[in-house]
Design a protein around this ligand. Structure first.
Ligand code: LMG
Ligand code: NDP
Ligand code: PMR
Length: 398
């Protein structure tokens, strides 16, 4: 994501970088968004320009091509190496990022994509119109807003006999205009229930399949976002993500005897989405801490860029849907097309150079990937452990 502020952004506006105290203790505001000096910002407005300096700070990893790792099966006679396609499950592959990723992977001919979706016909049409080669995908039903459906999907997948080399937790709902909460089949608030709890159960149940795979690089990827990270400008647009002490989550997010919000506050759909993304990023890190060393599985998250045209914004007001893409294209310069974002996620799935585990990937304007820094809350190990433990109770694993 490249950020070049235009003349619409005030030249005096700055977010101090970590370790610097440019604006001392004063808060700056932009569009009512306030920033205090404890922010660990990933960009820095300087006059009319906004520079990105992460590559120098955290050591850039260059990965500009979408090259999938060919699998090598070593059980062939006389040690002869045979290739097989990688087998990747992508949730929410019926539109937006998931569809573009499925396409990017399938087109390499090196992957078979299991499109795990709630609407079979929509997915079939989407796959056809995206031109995904028929032999390179399978559609399997998965409704993440129902834990029964998640379990059914896992059963069906195991029964299919396909190996699992990479799992991509991509599906999400965003309900910014909802006045009242809505709920999953088990009665969890819909955004956190779908985006976090559904994926949490899915990845826990499929971990053993990833473990069993003989593929050279087995990965579990959970899509995160900049808006869940309060060390960025985007993450400071209200309402901000904040999991608090998890009292609402511990109470089951049911809106009856507990709040529908993780932090126990009043329902806010935009906040619930951002909170769910924090859970996604925390879950990835907790998986890394618990399982990477023993299993060798790579756990990663990413911010693919602002894909302002996807179905994610379907529930937003029409004015927002009209203005958001040009705003991101011309003003924040954070915009990325669905195709480009799909290539980025496909890199995280298969690129041989992106094998570091526990990483939150982002991209700069030239589409080079780099390890990004998560906000304090999204990298809080203690909170990650608590989210894990509460979530496993809610989904019936503990
Ligand atoms: C809110 O609604 C809900 O109220 C809240 O509950 C929560 O759900 C939240 O995070 C979700 O959404 C969103 C609502 C308010 O958004 C809109 O109605 C539209 C916002 C569009 C997003 C930014 C627009 C910026 C305007 C850019 C102009 C168009 C681009 C043209 C490109 C040409 C370039 C050459 O949104 C907000 O919460 C944020 C507040 C938005 C206030 C908008 C003010 C923006 C001012 C920007 C500069 C204006 C200059 C005029 C434009 C000149 C263009 C040349
Ligand atoms: P889309 O709305 O285009 O895609 C979301 C996908 O999730 C759809 O396939 C949708 O299915 C699926 N989905 C929703 N609910 C369920 C459910 N209950 N069970 C199964 N699948 C479900 O949005 P995006 O492509 O933009 O979003 C993909 C990911 O990217 C999300 O994790 C989002 O948080 C993330 N992201 C998006 C950004 C953006 O700017 N767009 C920025 C940063 C991150 P259906 O087609 O049936 O509705
Ligand atoms: Mg945001 C400066 C950079 C930047 C970036 C990269 C994003 C990404 N946004 C930025 C800035 C701003 N946004 C500013 C200055 C504003 C106030 C005008 C603003 C507003 C805004 C709204 C109302 N932005 C939004 C919304 C949404 O409803 C989206 C959201 O929060 O969904 C949870 C959104 C987003 N902005 C982004 C990205 C990537 C989103 C999409 C959602 C996501 O995180 O997946």
């Amino acid at each position: 994501m490249a950020l070049q502020a235009t003349s619409l952004l005030p030249s005096a506006f700055s977010i101090p970088k970590e370790g610097k105290s440019g604006s001392s203790s004063k808060d700056s505001t932009l569009f009512g968004v306030s920033f205090s000096d404890h922010l660990k910002a990933d960009f820095n407005f300087s006059g009319l320009r906004c520079k990105r300096e992460f590559n120098q700070r955290v050591g850039a990893v260059r990965a500009q091509t979408v090259t999938a790792t060919p699998s090598v099966t070593r059980s062939a006679p006389e040690g002869k190496k045979t290739l097989r396609k990688g087998s990747v499950v992508v949730t929410g592959a019926s539109s937006g990022l998931g569809l573009a990723t499925a396409k990017a992977l399938a087109e390499t001919g090196k992957w078979h994509v299991i499109m795990a979706c709630r609407d079979f016909l929509k997915t079939e049409r989407a796959a056809k119109s995206a031109g995904i080669p028929k032999e390179n995908y399978t559609i399997m039903h998965l409704d993440l807003a129902s834990l029964d459906s998640v379990r059914q999907f896992v059963d069906n997948f195991k029964r299919s006999g396909r190996p699992l080399d990479v799992l991509v937790c991509n599906a999400a709902v965003y309900l910014p205009t909802a006045k009242e909460p809505t709920f999953t089949a088990e009665g969890f608030e819909l955004s956190v229930g779908t985006n976090h709890l559904g994926h949490f159960l899915l990845s826990r149940l499929l971990l053993e399949d990833l473990q069993k795979s003989d593929y050279p690089s087995r990965r579990l990827i959970i899509v995160g976002s900049i808006t869940g990270n309060t060390n960025t400008l985007a993450g400071n647009v209200p309402p901000k993500a904040n999991l608090g002490d998890l009292r609402g989550l511990a109470g089951g997010l049911n809106g009856l005897n507990s709040s529908a919000m993780i932090d126990g506050g009043d329902f806010d759909g935009a906040k619930a989405y951002k909170d769910s993304k924090v859970c996604n990023m925390l879950t990835m890190q907790e998986f890394h801490r618990r399982f990477h060393e023993d299993t060798g599985i790579v756990f990663a998250s990413l911010y693919p860029g602002c894909i302002a045209t996807t179905g994610l914004f379907r529930e937003h007001i029409p004015l927002f849907r009209l203005l958001f893409p040009p705003f991101q294209k011309y003003i924040t310069k954070g915009y990325v097309s669905e195709d480009e974002a799909g290539k980025r996620l496909a890199q995280v799935v298969g690129d041989p150079s992106l094998t570091k585990s526990g990483v939150y990937w982002s991209w700069n304007k030239d589409s080079a990937s780099f390890e990004n820094q998560l906000s304090q809350e999204a990298s809080d190990a203690e909170k990650a452990r608590k989210v894990w433990e509460v979530s496993e109770k809610l989904v019936g694993l503990a």
